[in-house]
Design a protein around this ligand. Structure first.
Ligand SMILES: *[C@@H]1O[C@H](CO)[C@@H](O)[C@H](O)[C@H]1NC(C)=O
Ligand SMILES: *[C@@H]1O[C@H](CO)[C@@H](O)[C@H](O)[C@H]1NC(C)=O
Length: 201
């Protein structure tokens, strides 16, 4: 019995390759922990904030519908790209927003890739001019109702891709999504301010 037991123990002696694998695994585990600590320290020091996009102001310059069902409109929209990071530049790309009325696309607002300096912002003034947009009878009714109530709502939807450095080890990419209603008083064109930002309130 004793001999048999001893024999079995010998068979289970650890192979040098297993020791080698264990050492490698330990080194990898320690490396992962160190990288984690460095990234966390970088995060704490730099305190990264997601750059975001906001509609700061707008104006309905013109809104006219004809009896034949054509819509003419001009809308000014001011979009701000904001980078609250005090230690990192941000860059934005693939910026594209669609302005629509009740599912009817009016215009696409785009921007070429651009940079926003540390703790800074960049404003884009868009002047959307659209004429002779054909309306369906339902959309014509909705325009009439909006004019009577002196309140009209457009939709602005789209994305921009923000990229900025986080810590010493690299950069982060993030999609900024915008999905909001732009409301105006048609009588004087004034914008009814509401939250319209890729950053949660
Ligand atoms: C960031 O900008 C704000 C206002 O624009 C300013 O009050 C603040 O001091 C700036 N912070 C740094 C670290 O530059
Ligand atoms: C525009 O009209 C609305 C409603 O009639 C009013 O509340 C608002 O103060 C006006 N804005 C300006 C800038 O005159």
């Amino acid at each position: 019995m004793t001999r048999k037991y001893f024999h079995g123990a010998t068979q289970r002696a650890t192979h040098p390759l297993v020791w080698f694998a264990a050492v490698i695994c330990t080194i990898i585990a320690i490396a992962v922990i160190i990288v984690g600590i460095v990234m966390f320290a970088g995060y704490m020091i730099i305190h990264p904030r997601v750059p975001f996009i906001t509609v700061t102001s707008a104006h309905l310059d013109n809104l006219q519908n004809s009896v034949s069902g054509l819509l003419d409109t001009e809308i000014t929209i001011i979009v701000r790209a904001e980078n609250d990071n005090t230690k990192a530049h941000a860059s934005f790309s693939d910026t594209s927003f669609i302005l629509s009325f009740e599912g009817l696309n009016i215009a696409r607002l785009v921007a070429l890739p651009f940079d926003v300096k540390k703790n800074s912002s960049v404003d884009f003034h868009y002047v959307v001019q659209s004429s002779s947009i054909p309306l369906s009878p339902e959309q014509m009714d909705l325009i009439d109702i909006s004019l009577k109530r002196d309140k009209i709502s457009f939709d602005l939807k789209g994305n921009s891709r923000a990229r900025w450095r986080v810590g010493p080890l690299g950069s982060v990419k993030f999609w900024d999504h915008l999905n909001c209603h732009l409301k105006f008083h048609p009588s004087n064109g004034s914008y009814i301010h509401s939250h319209c930002s890729s950053r949660a309130k």
